[in-house]
Design a protein around this ligand. Structure first.
Ligand SMILES: [Zn+2]
Length: 586
């Protein structure tokens, strides 16, 4: 990963991190930073800071930190070299070619190329005799030629290595096809062989936001099992990360997304004119997917199957989505099991009216709380009221509280002002609890991240803290380096992570190279960079004096049990400290 410093400096000086982040996060100025809701963890109170002066970002909630390049790596899911290339492209800079190792990126590009070719092949099968069963299947589902083309739907013929043969002819080697999960290894009579991963299935290609084919879904033509199989995790695809059809839905310009259970629903909805329909793929909705949705929409309408499994999935998805700022509604499907069936049986208009009448999150949760309670009985009433107050206190704004308190009062035949009083009390208690949690959470993930990167930290807490302060101070004041070098060497660091970091920073400064976030992003992983920048930010609260560096060095050397640890009085001049430590090191 050797991208020349000179080129990174150009990138750093031209990249506008404020503008880059603004595409994902609404930022507000606050002092020398800009604050917004973190795109990398769920939160309701902004703790994500962007610093235009150092072209860096830092989240006080989850510890995510980095520069423009690492921001692109995280949001666009690129590796380092790809992110550098993308940023350079946007800035109109040409990356010097020979200096970097991009083998991982090349392997991923190869997988994407193989997927693209495979998608073309599967789609073309629909026009061939061996693909007739596939075409018939799609037609039976009521799909038009236009929809089939729009989604690039296809068919994997019934055979052992039909795709393999085609791909070999296109110059792909077996290792690449295995790595793309287009082929799989089998063994028979002690001999291993290679076979297509998908056969005798209709195929749905899965695209990422930039239009790359990252994976495939395959469905059997009948009711045999397994009904669906998907591409396993590869360098280009990770389960639970992407949203099906988001690359299409995001272009509708609508603030609302319809979230379905599977891609078949999405395809049917798009054909019926609901081009803002999307689905998560083969898993329960993950946090990562919820954040992705929140980046492209303001409201999500959940549209899962009407059966028991679908309702359970709805409850789970709501719990994940409630952690975001999204407005939520739930579509209660009646007269059909899933959206596809409703549209086929009753038409698009019926679905549209269902969509308009979709219960908001509050209504849905109240209905669910009410469940099968007997509201005629005093017990049933009391339980429902208690649950309803809890829900409204946690989720409803003042106006909603008033409206639902009136409804509840009428429904349960109790006094509205009593409900409102109860609501105020519960809300106050919740707010106190949330505040405590918020501050506890603010600090915890940071120490957790540090602990994970440096397991030795816990045993050497005093040394680790001194090391972190020293490395933070050094990042804030690289000009301290010649003096720090007199006091302490990288090998004096006690914990391995900090020792490595000291080696990196000292080594660069020794060579006269810079150590700001962009320059460091090339020589460490995203988590390491985050931890490094955490130290840098922590040092902002210090006076940034040489004396502080000296104190840290003393702690460190003390930990190394160097004999004759001197007592240093606070009034000593920097030079005296230096003399003291210079002597101590010998
Ligand atoms: Zn965060």
């Amino acid at each position: 990963m050797q991208i020349p410093d000179g080129f990174l400096q150009q990138l750093r000086d031209r990249a506008d991190i404020e503008q880059l982040v603004s595409q994902h996060v609404q930022l507000r100025r606050s002092g020398r930073a800009l604050m917004g809701l973190c795109p990398f963890h769920n939160e309701r109170t902004p703790s994500f800071a962007v610093y235009p002066d150092t072209n860096s970002f830092f989240c006080f909630g989850c510890g995510a930190a980095g520069d423009a390049i690492s921001f692109l790596m995280r949001t666009e899911r690129l590796d380092y070299v790809e992110a550098v290339k993308l940023l350079a492209d946007r800035l109109g800079l040409q990356l010097p070619e020979e200096h970097y190792d991009d083998s991982l990126s090349k392997r991923r590009q190869r997988i994407l190329a193989a997927n693209r070719e495979a998608a073309r092949f599967y789609h073309a099968q629909l026009g061939e005799p061996q693909g007739a069963a596939g075409l018939e299947y799609w037609r039976k589902r009521g799909l038009s030629g236009k929809t089939i083309r729009r989604f690039g739907l296809g068919f994997a013929p019934n055979g052992f290595g039909v795709l393999l043969e085609h791909m070999r002819g296109q110059g792909f080697v077996p290792e690449e096809l295995l790595e793309a999960n287009l082929a799989r290894k089998g063994e028979k009579n002690g001999r291993s062989y290679l076979a297509d991963n998908f056969w005798n299935r209709v195929i749905v290609p899965i695209l990422d936001l930039r239009g790359n084919v990252i994976a495939f879904g395959g469905r059997v033509l009948d009711d045999s099992k397994p009904k669906y199989i998907n591409t396993a995790d590869t360098l280009a695809y990770k389960k639970g990360r992407d949203i099906f059809a988001l690359q299409l839905a995001k272009n509708t310009g609508k603030e609302q997304l319809i979230l379905c259970e599977g891609y078949m629903d999405v395809i049917a909805l798009h054909q019926a004119g609901f081009e803002n329909a999307v689905a998560c793929l083969g898993t329960a909705l993950t946090k990562e997917q919820a954040q992705l949705l929140a980046r492209y929409a303001k409201e999500v309408v959940l549209c899962y199957d009407a059966d028991e499994a679908g309702q359970a999935a709805t409850r789970k998805a709501l719990a994940v989505l409630r952690q975001t700022t999204l407005r939520l509604r739930v579509l209660q499907l009646s007269g059909g099991k899933d959206p596809d069936e409703i549209i086929r049986a009753f038409g698009a208009e019926r679905f549209r009216s269902l969509l308009e009448g979709a219960a908001n999150n509050l209504e849905y949760r109240l209905l669910a709380a009410r469940g099968s309670l007997d509201l005629e009985s005093a017990d049933g009433k009391a339980i429902y009221l208690k649950e309803a107050v809890k829900i409204l206190a946690a989720e409803a704004g003042p106006l909603e509280r008033d409206i639902y308190a009136s409804r509840l009062a009428e429904e349960l035949d109790v006094r509205k002002d009593a409900i409102l009083a109860q609501l105020r009390q519960t809300a106050k208690r919740d707010a106190r609890r949330d505040e405590r949690r918020y501050y506890a959470n603010l600090m915890r993930p940071l120490t957790e991240a540090a602990q994970k990167l440096d397991p030795a930290r816990a045993q050497h807490m005093a040394a680790a803290k001194a090391e972190e302060r020293l490395l933070g101070l050094l990042q804030q004041n690289p000009d301290f380096y010649p003096k720090i070098r007199e006091m302490v060497l990288a090998e004096d660091f006690v914990t391995p992570f900090n020792r490595n970091l000291a080696e990196t920073l000292f080594g660069r400064l020794e060579e006269g190279r810079e150590i700001d976030p962009t320059m460091l992003s090339g020589c460490m992983g995203a988590d390491e960079l985050g931890e490094t920048l955490r130290m840098r930010h922590a040092a902002e609260g210090l006076q940034n004096s040489l004396q502080e560096c000296l104190d840290c060095a003393q702690t460190l050397l003390g930990e190394k049990r160097l004999a004759g640890r001197p007592r240093v009085s606070a009034g000593m001049a920097d030079e005296d400290y230096l003399a003291l430590f210079a002597g101590l090191r010998k």
